[in-house]
Write a protein that binds this ligand. Sequence first.
Ligand code: XMP
Length: 328
Amino acid sequence: DWTMTSFIDKEIERIRAIVGPTAQVVGAVSGGVDSTVAAKLMSSAIGDRFHAILVDNGVMRLNECQTVKETLQHHLGINLTVADASDLFLGRLKGVNDPEKKRKIIGNSFIEVFEQEAAKIEAAVEQQGKGKIEFLLQGTLYPDVIESISFKGPSATIKTHHNVGGLLDDMKLKVIEPLRELFKDEVRALGTLMGIDDDLVWRHPFPGPGIAIRILGEVTPEQVQIARHADHIYIEEIKKAGLYRKISQAYAALLPVRSVGVMGDKRTYEQVIALRAVETKDFMTADWFEFPYDILKKISSRIINEVQGVNRVVYDVSSKPPATIEWE
Ligand code: XMP
């Protein structure tokens, strides 16, 4: 793709000109396509003067932290620091049921941990006599720019964790947003051109608060384990069926109710998994996905048989609006 190849070269030159010969750059990565493409561009431009930070908030998907680490560090050669803060996040989420409170806790803790890591990196590079951290990389896309200008509704909260506001004030960092004129499909094309795996390039969007907003009610380590396991099976079967790219977003939600079941000659009283899958262009409106029944049957029986603590699976047939894509 001619336009995209020339975009990469131009953007790398532009970044080098902005950052200059000694300044250091930090940026949060999540394993999503936007932050990964932005990070790859930055590291192509300035190498290890770019410091990517992955915050493990304890509510990422099964093995996700490890996979992202391997891909970014080993496959893409990005200078990455992983901050394992799962205990901090899960500790603060203890006893919290309200969805917006969960979001606030996760958003604020994210900023706190990110700032701490950036400060550590700053101290280390200063000791080595290298340049100061002067810039913050963000993987903002064109639709995010438009939305934050035109939309003053609940999305202000949705986006809080992206802002990393404190850093900009305390460390006086300047923001660099290499993707701010691009749409998602262009970012994906860029990712492919830069050698990023299809698996990552085509990954469904994943909310910052992670599976914490897909575990209804209190988030405990036990609930995290159940939700992760069910979601993993669900996505695995969707991929096996060749439906992953057709679906815009899919996940398993863990409901805070118990229902009666029977296993062998025993009565069970266990939790419910709700499967969500939607097709959408812009995530503002969405239709539920029409699964072939045999696929649903396979997913349901695997989850009930393999995930301890679950004896019932339901499929969410609600469109957005009035339902949202996430359950919280
Ligand atoms: P809803 O549930 O509002 O979701 O229909 C629309 C899209 O936004 C994502 N989403 C979030 N992303 N932080 C995020 O980074 C959040 O708090 C958040 N809440 C929802 C959701 O996954 C979907 O893609």
